[in-house]
Design a protein around this ligand. Sequence first.
Ligand code: NA7
Length: 577
Amino acid sequence: MGLARDAARGSKRGDRPMNEMTGRGGAAQRQREVDVLVVGMGFAGMYVLHCLRQRGLTGRAFEAGSDVGGTWYWNRYPGCRVDVDSVQYSYNFSDMLTRDWQWTERFASQPELLRYANHVADRFDLRRDAKFDTRVVSAEFDGGTNLWTLRTDKGDVASAPYCVMATGSLSTPYRPPFPGIEDFRGEWHHTGAWPHEEVRFGGKRVGVVGTGSTGIQAIPVIAAEAAHLTVFQRTPQYTTPARNRPMAPGEQRAFNVRRAQWHDEVRDTFTAMTGFPAPTRTVRDDTPEERRAYFEKRWEEGGMPQAMLTTYENINIDREANAAVADFVRDKIREIVKDPEVAERLCPPEDLPIGSKRPPIDTDYYETYNRDNVSLVDLGCTPIERVTAGGIKTADGEHGLDVIVFATGFDAMTGSLLAIDIRTSDGASLKDAWSDGPDTYLGLMVAGLPNLFMINGPGSPSVKTNMIIAIEQHADWIMDLIGHLAARGLNRVEATERAQAAWVAHACEVADATLMPVADSWYVGANVPGKKRVYMPYFGGFGRYRGICDEIAADGYRGFVLSRAGAAEATAGVAAE
Ligand code: NA7
């Protein structure tokens, strides 16, 4: 391909704003700097940059953090770890990378995941095309020049025909606006924006607000260090044992020997993960005693969240099957937690299907409530009224605290995209396009916003899968599409309204046939007041989704309009193959 290599050579400019002389305005003056702009240098952005180079394209990335890693850069809270087997939560694109890297635990901890991200960035020299400590604030597409122009909080202005949003699904922390936070005399932190310096809990009274996946990971670790831990729980969660352990000698080598075969297999699975046998029976096939014995076995084995949710068929759909697992977990809580009152407070309500909120896995979560230094506040009975100078005041009084940890989650899936002012010169904007919910075609593109791609956008399986596999599938598909355009002398792609509407309808139909939309979860945006309630991930399964994406590509990118547009200069780089 004939590429804008001269422009690319000028892209390494240290901390100076990129193309600062061009300034704002005069979109017609804009020139392409690279082929593709990338927002974010988490696992998705890193892979996109690598793909671009592999295909002879030039890329430029901006990242708000000081280094690579995304989720694993920001979430440094105690106990943070991945809940997919580490060997599966690894890139698959390079045999050398696979051979170079050895995980130490079944479920890697955040520091190890961040080391892995850094290793990949070093190994493939990815930082060369990225600017850090730089937040993209706007993205504007000019239909005349066929260029996206990004502007950053550091004054950078950069243009390219294509833009990939690798902004992450859970990267905009949400902290409820509890009144009085400014009065608090102690220190407080959100788990999703954790300080780089060690936060010490020894001898302190600590409060954790939130008992989602994050709170459930942090609570046992903080409890072991703090003088006292008060957990503020709004909705009890179902969590099951991770049974994390060191990797056995030779375990990773054995996995790697069959990685290629595994990769073929995993791409056809529902979750893009393996390691739990597919269910072959319904709950009605077994007696209550047989079920119990089977649940016990799977509970003892532990593992990824799907381990308990694949014990029987249709747990995500069939209320009776779901209730069987949920009842078992409630029984486990009552068995583990010694104080019966505390145990009841920890039991999720019967109208909350297991798996409808993101299912966590844990290490000694319920056991932690047997410690003398841990107390549980049920916000359902006694809601938080305000933060005070000395702690948190709930309806039943003040809880004295030195440190507050907000494990209150994220403005998931759409928050980071809507935080950027994304618009076109003819007046379309992402904000308007999503005013009634995050409509997309395949979770990859939005009608009205040409040449703008999302990695793991709403409407794709994303957060319901192994994110690395989903990232690789999206990035590869986007690269193929850009190559397809270039090979035909084209440079513009846009999803049609019709295809998008059909995809949204299909995704809704799939989700509505399950118990998934029932819960007030971040999957439906219910954790952020005012957010439109829509089940955002595609719940048709990764294998099926991948098949649909491939079919659409094979059918000449059905549902997309492919065209040639813009000034010759803006198109030359990608037009000539
Ligand atoms: P989650 O799963 O959204 O959990 C947030 C927790 O914070 C949850 O227990 C919420 O209770 C609680 N919360 C949220 N707002 C409030 C207010 N206003 N008052 C009291 N409690 C509140 O976020 P996580 O960080 O744990 O996990 C996010 C994902 O990251 C996770 O699913 C993995 O995919 C990785 P609620 O249940 O809403 O009643």
